[in-house]
Design a protein around this ligand. Structure first.
Ligand SMILES: Nc1nc2c(c(=O)[nH]1)N[C@H]1C(S)=C(S)[C@@H](COP(=O)(O)O)O[C@H]1N2
Ligand SMILES: [Mo]
Length: 406
């Protein structure tokens, strides 16, 4: 009861501070009532986000970072993108929050309270890269519908929780298990309680990876509400849509999970490359699994000015889905020649890797610094746009910043 009050108070506390006045008769305000003054809330205050974050949509909330905001090794909440398909659950009762594990491929369904999950199973902490499959969508031509993400729908926070595999082993999984599918507490935009905004998942081998967590902490604290409080699946290196927030139920399926947004064309790309603008049949669309190699220059900010003769120290992060980044390079001549950056190893599997380089420019003028990562299988980021696809997923083109030497 205490915890629940806390959440409600935070909400109404936020409410009062957004209105900048005490809600005098708040005690008689109907439960779940949204004060008129709050119907257009300030998302920065509501979600504790930095003012430089970009709001792409408010119904549902979709907010992204800019490259230079992602400079921290571990992404703090204020710079973490928000991607919602539906409405954030408003009235979370943590004391009565239950996780159900069911499905065709469990021997018998089992229910756990949050407390049981936290105490019964060993806790693990990993830094895990989460990138929205649609990150970079805004650059595709012909354009794809959906949130027009630029580069900022990626994060690498530190997640603490229990291994999904430990719970699945505790429940008992049948040999015919193929996929897990999540079910969450958010509401469909239509308000229809029968509809789920999203219900995706991962195949068993990913569910059984050591780093696949059911997390209850982000960066050492309770997960912020917008990011899945009180329980979130985190499957690093895969499109972040696989990492369900506000998890209530996980079904172990004897087939590929068929929840909302599992079917084509959602989170799928053509199995074979297609020409820009081409229509692709549903059966020719394949589920996105590991995300492709990518990197971001997080310092300096694009548009930086430096004095002639000075060295520019750039830095950023690189990641490669399930793989590790093997090499990192930069170019100041539009990709004609490339130089190596210093690249660190990841702190753990599926965490992004940090890079830096010291750049000398030959003379005054305008330059672009392009960054290119190569995964440990030898696959590099494309210099400009990769394969066009109907939904605008997987744009892993080189990140570029402008620099003026004066
Ligand atoms: N329950 C639920 N989980 C969800 C979503 C959602 O809308 N509802 N969005 C997914 C998508 S598409 C992405 S990219 C990530 C975004 O995670 P974040 O908002 O914590 O950055 O959450 C995923 N998990
Ligand atoms: Mo996403």
């Amino acid at each position: 009861m205490k915890r629940r009050k806390f959440i409600r108070n935070t909400f109404f506390g936020t409410a009062a501070s957004l209105i900048s006045a005490e809600i005098v008769f708040s005690a008689s305000m109907p439960k779940g009532y949204e004060p008129i003054a709050l119907q257009n809330p300030d998302p920065y205050k509501l979600f504790d986000k930095d003012k430089e974050m970009t709001v792409l949509n408010d119904k549902p909330w979709n907010i992204e970072a800019k490259a230079h905001l992602l400079d921290d090794n571990i992404t703090p909440n204020k710079y973490m993108f928000i991607r919602n398909n539906g409405l954030i659950p408003q009235d979370i009762d943590v004391d009565n929050w239950k996780l159900i594990i069911d499905g065709e491929s469990v021997t018998s369904p089992k229910t756990y309270t949050l407390k049981e999950l936290k105490s019964k199973f060993k806790n693990y902490t990993y830094q895990l890269t989460l990138e929205c499959g649609g990150n970079g969508r805004s650059e595709f031509n012909p354009p794809a519908k959906g949130n027009q993400w630029t580069v900022g729908a990626v994060s690498c926070a530190e997640w603490t929780g229990i291994r999904l595999k430990d719970i699945l082993e505790d429940v008992g999984i049948k040999d015919n298990a193929v996929y897990i599918g999540y079910h969450a507490a958010d509401t469909h935009l239509s308000g229809d309680p029968e509809k789920e905004p999203i219900s995706r998942g991962v195949p068993m081998y990913k569910a059984f990876q050591e780093e696949t967590l059911l997390a209850f902490k982000m960066n050492g604290e309770d997960i912020p509400l917008a990011h899945g409080y009180p329980l979130r699946l985190v499957a690093g290196g895969w499109p972040a849509s696989a990492s369900g927030k506000w998890i209530k139920r996980i079904s172990v399926r004897n087939k590929i999970h068929d929840g909302t947004k599992m079917k084509a064309p959602a989170y799928r790309v053509p199995c074979k490359p297609v020409a820009p603008g081409e229509k692709v049949k549903d059966e020719d669309m394949c589920i996105i699994e590991s995300m492709p190699v990518k990197s971001l220059i997080t310092y300096p900010k694009s548009g930086a000015m430096i004095d002639e003769g000075k060295i520019l120290n750039i830095r950023g992060h690189a990641w490669a889905g399930e793989l590790q980044v093997g090499a990192m390079e930069y170019s100041i001549d539009f990709g004609a020649t490339w130089n190596s950056c210093k690249l660190e190893n990841p702190v753990n599997r599926l965490a992004w890797q940090h890079f830096n380089a010291s750049i000398e420019f030959p003379k005054k003028g305008y330059y672009e610094v392009w960054a290119r990562a190569t995964d440990n299988k030898g696959v590099s980021q494309p210099m400009i746009l990769p394969g066009w696809n109907p939904k605008g997923y997987l744009n892993n083109a080189c990140h570029r910043i402008a620099v003026k030497v004066k």
